[in-house]
Ligand binder design. Structure first.
Ligand code: FES
Length: 371
């Protein structure tokens, strides 16, 4: 039973400021305050963003759109960004990031979740999460943006790469964008054409919008393309060289698009986002090291083969994090001593006071971090 309706708690965030000040001074613990607030309403928190599921809608055979309404701690996001989502299952806190497909004027937001077969999060969300349940949201991140001044756009999406591009497209059209927009969505089979009814409706409604699908694992019909991304698929696009390109999908797809763009003398720019993690450049020689967490007063044996985030979590610590790919910066922490390797570039950093991203840094020597 809750003592107040959900609509009220959205307006309560400002009223919690005195409690936040007491927590900041160390006079109260945030977890204690949150426990009291949860008695008034389970979505009421001092600073954490809790969101209630207000609608579920299947938008493809393997993709579900969830409409969420967040408490008053939600600070908003931009179209094309992603949000970290947390849930607890069997006592284990799990986290995944999902693209925002809509940011509605009424303050609600929509994310789309693709089923990952054998996954620990998406099958639960798709099959069991009910309207009215609560989820926790984390940091938002993502750099894709709609080039307002573009003479035309080419949107290239593979699989769930459609989701941030749809968020951008919906917003741009609602704001009156009128230059030509061509969207090519690469999927394996017909049932994976996410948001197909809406995209067809947008194409019918807006003369400047053209949408096509390409199927890689099933026969395409006469209006569709067949196979993976290739330059022949772009043959019908008018003014191609002038168009700005936005691409999103698995790393291999994005690499193909980059390769085409670099060789094509495109005048319009390229923005891209790959949603598979970058290959990690681990040290070829395994070493045991010592990992110190200064604020936690904890020193633990560690190795140079796993990220600092993984190793901190293995020690029972719960560092703030979001994407786990080095993008969102929410795991940034200060290096106090020792040398770390950036797992994306292989470069070594040993400057005390240096900010490091725990999810893409591994200890190279004994290391102490401000955690
Ligand atoms: S968790 Fe996003 S940068 Fe580390």
């Amino acid at each position: 039973m809750t003592l107040m309706p959900f609509a009220w708690i959205r307006g309560l965030s400002g009223g919690l400021r005195p409690l936040r000040a007491l927590v900041a001074r160390g006079w109260l613990r945030e977890s204690d305050v949150d426990a009291w607030l949860a008695l008034l309403h389970p979505a009421l928190r001092l600073s954490r963003v809790m969101a209630r599921v207000t609608a579920r809608q299947w938008v493809a055979d393997d993709m579900l759109a969830l409409t969420l309404r967040a408490n008053g701690n939600w600070r908003g996001a931009l179209p094309g960004q992603h949000v970290q989502l947390y849930l607890e299952r069997n006592g284990v806190r799990l986290s995944r990031s999902y693209s925002l497909t809509a940011l509605r004027p009424d303050g609600s937001l929509e994310i789309a979740i693709k089923r990952q077969v054998g996954g620990r999060v998406s099958p639960y969300l798709l099959e069991h999460l009910a309207v009215g349940e609560l989820l926790e949201l984390g940091p938002v991140y993502g750099e894709l943006s709609w080039p307002e001044q573009a003479q035309g756009l080419l949107l290239l999406a593979a699989g769930s790469g459609i989701t941030p591009l749809l968020g951008l497209l919906r917003t741009a059209l609602a704001q009156g964008f009128s230059a030509p927009v061509s969207l090519l969505h690469y999927v394996r089979e017909q049932g994976q054409r996410a948001f197909v009814a809406e995209l067809q409706a947008l194409q019918a409604q807006y003369a400047n919008v053209q949408v096509r699908w390409s199927l890689s694992a099933a026969p395409a019909d006469a209006s569709q393309l067949q196979g993976r991304f290739c330059v022949e698929h772009l043959a019908d696009i008018t003014g191609l060289a002038q168009r700005s390109v936005l691409a999103c999908g698995p790393a291999g797809f994005v690499a193909q698009v980059q390769q085409w763009w670099q060789g094509a003398n495109q005048v319009g720019g390229l923005q891209y986002e790959a949603f598979t993690p970058p290959a990690l450049q681990l040290d070829s020689q395994r070493r045991e090291v010592r990992l110190g967490f200064a604020r936690s007063h904890w020193v633990a044996p560690a190795d140079n083969q796993r990220s600092l985030l993984e190793q901190a979590e293995a020690q029972g610590l719960t560092p703030a994090h979001g994407c786990r790919q080095g993008i969102c910066a929410s795991c940034t922490c200060t290096l106090l001593s020792g040398t770390v390797r950036d797992l994306r570039s292989g470069l070594l950093f040993s400057e005390p006071g240096q900010p490091i991203r725990l999810c893409v840094s591994a200890p190279h020597t004994d290391v102490e971090i401000d955690l």
